[in-house]
Ligand binder design. Sequence first.
Ligand SMILES: [Zn+2]
Length: 506
Amino acid sequence: MGDRLRFELKAKCTFSRKLKPAEATVEATMAKVAPLLSKGAPRGKEAEAARVTKWSIVGRELRVEIESGRYVRAHDALLRLAKLLGTELGKKHKLGIRKIEVLEYRITLPTEEIPKEAMRELKKLPCKIKAERQAVSLILHDLSEADLRGRVVDRLVSMAEDILARAPARAVAPKVVKKGKPVEHPFREDPFEVSKRLGWINEFPGRGQWIYGAPYTKLLRALEDLIIERVAVPLGFEEAMFPKLIPLEVMQRMPGYLDGVPEGMYYVCPPPREPEAFTGFKQKLKLTKRVAVGELDKALKAPAYVLAPAQCEPFYEIFSRRRVRLEDLPAKLFDRSGWTYRWEGGGVEGFVRTQEFRRIEFVFLGGPGEAVKIRDEVLDKSVELLEELGLGWQLLVATPFYMREGGIEADVSDSSKVATYDLEVALPYKREWLELGSYNVHRAKFVETFKIKEARGRELWTGCCGFGTTRWVAGFLAQHGFEPSRWPELVRERVEPLPQVPRVVE
Ligand SMILES: [Zn+2]
């Protein structure tokens, strides 16, 4: 069993008359079909294109077996082959194709031990599932030409890939690969409790939301500015502003969100622009002085957006269904324009796990080597900044399924094989670590879902690095405490004097 996605099909093409007299033409066509079956595969990935492994003639039928990897999948190759045969045999022998059928189709996905839960989900797919050593096969029978053209197989494969991609994320624990020098900080309190006491943050009726006061905000801005000055600017990232209201059709192209954690985001329902639709609601409000949620529900339309849970969604949309040239890349942008939203439900915790949080999102598009290099540079600069801030940190590798090729675990000494690094800071008050951000290379996954094309068919990769700046503040305060005279100079010079908080008489 190899380490790659594999497609194997057995098909028959039924012609209008007996094929025997045309055998030489069939043979000649088969001999020249190879380039057609690898056309469109990215350069260097030709080995993952399709090839005919066997064919024979039985009466009016041509029996054919085709094998492929991810690029130019076997069923697409079959349609191309059928078209070519139709033309050649039509010209020379007046033979036409009457029917194309796939008798058996086996698609093999590489994976490790499949967790029970994933297996249960796989078994709900409309095909036969067979677990093998380090692989799982989807087996289909009797597919019509309409099934093939309707992309049934491709959708089935991506559903199976998504199930597998989600499962090991829970099963495989992240692993610490690097650690900063130990730093001793005497501060031992929970910065969240201290912030509330000092009025740096204020309660808000929304669960998992806070009103961040002036001293907190000044510190957050100082850290954000440092991230931009020390990471974004030297690496040539330019600032952009991305929408935070994301239409469902854009969100649908983000792997792992609507299809993975639909329970983890906010949905937005636009109202109709008709005042009459709200008459009942307004009347109840006047009469009862209470918000009649039921009336509101009647007036609103179905959800059409989510509030950005990833913050990089709009970046890929810039290139979606368009062509770029590798020579014009990499494209490197960052967005610091707003909040990111996640519905954490009951999982909220202090100011480190909230429903809305600040993030600076770095995003990039380039060639495979380039994407990895950019991600690594952003990571290195982030670590340098943490050191300069005098913070204790550690780095972890978290590897999703589609990056783990062949072996049991990715080779962590080679960063091109690492999909995600998580950077964490120490929280001395509870002797734990807090994730500040993740540094991702998505390979071609987003390029595929957003249909981004390279002018000469060369491979493109994307990546993103999120700086959870509210968490940078939490980590900073947890280690350095609240006394600016004990803070590192490069922060102090930016925040002093700290603003006063409004006084409230109880
Ligand atoms: Zn992202």
